[in-house]
Structures are given as C-alpha cells and as structure tokens.
Design a binder for this molecule. Sequence first.
Ligand code: GRF
Length: 201
Amino acid sequence: MPMRLAVCVSGRGSNLVALLEALRGSSLAEVVLVLSNRSDAPALERAREWGIAAEALGDFRDGAEWLERLGRHRTDMVILAGYLKLVPAEVIAVYRGRILNIHPAPLPAFGGPGMYGLRVHEAVLASGATQSGATVHLGDEQYDRGAILAQARVPVRPGDTPETLAARVLEAEHRLLPAVVLRAAAAGRPVPLSDPMELPA
Ligand code: GRF
C-alpha cells in the first residue's frame, strides 16, 4: 500500500507540485490531502488541478480539527511544504517522527521564528556565507528545530540579491524534498539521507 501523505501549504505550492510530479506513477507514496491555513492559498488550486482533496483549516491552531481531517484521509505522514505556522502540539504528539518540514536555508544557522520568505535569504547574504541551501528536517513544536534529515547546498554568488538566491535555493528544494519523501516512503518512516546533496547552480 502506498504511504498516504498530507501536504500542508500556505502559499504558492511549487514544492507541492514538485512532489506530485516526482510521485506520479509511484507505488511508494501518494498525496491524499492538501491542507492550508489560508483558503486563498494558490497551492490549494494546484492540488485541485491534480484531483487531490484540498481543504482550508477553519482554525489552524485547533489540533482537534487537524486530527479529524488527517484521520479522515488516513494520513500516514505529514509534509510541511511552505507551511508558515506552527503545527498544534496535539498533532505533533500523534504524528511525532512522521512530520517533515522543508526550510530554504541551512539549519540551525538560518532558522527560527520569523525566518521565512525573503528574510531568510537576506540573513544569509548579510552573514557573508558563501553557501546556502535547503534543509529537510522533522517537524516538532518549535520552528526549524527538529532533527535534520538532509541538506542540499547551493553557492551564494557575488551580486546575489535575496530574490536571485531564493530562486536558486528553490530549485534545490524541488529536488531535495521529493528525494527525502521517496526515501521515507521506501523505509516506512523518515530516515536521514546518507549524502548531503551538492547541487550545481
Ligand atoms: C519555500 O521556499 C519553502 O522552503 C518555504 O516557503 C517556500 C514555499 O514555496 N518555507 P512554495 O509554496 O512551495 O512554492
């Protein structure tokens, strides 16, 4: 039986689409539900275009509502793919070790509360780092603190702006997240990727 995935989104949904494309025809895993804290998230439209149940949470802080929706779709694993709020503690308690998050920078250096969107890339550029990248880690009660499963590295280039760096990291995200999800589906649970992914610019 394919592993049943719920993908949580807040915005555009490009990581969702990258995952759907990677899972097309796969017997390992399928996306059975896309959940959002925002009813106007474009990612919900992407999900509907793919014929996947797409639901907006009435109250994203309400763990019972989450658990009802996840349970109704018999969710095995939860993927936070551009989901910008904390997941309620009741949900973490039930799905602990089965929640993945993707973050658009190396962790723990460039994460934590408020570190999302262009602010992440501004912080990387301000630090003078010569590399950035994408991180997939286990989701828990805090922002960006769960065990790291895989990181992909991309170079920071002279003249980069937050926007150009974000675009380069996003391409890495689109490769890293499906790789970690497919590995987790094959193993039956999230497992670290043995080699960090080095990606050309
Ligand atoms: C990604 O950079 C993700 O890492 C971050 O928000 C962005 C979401 O992009 N947390 P998308 O909605 O997947 O296009």
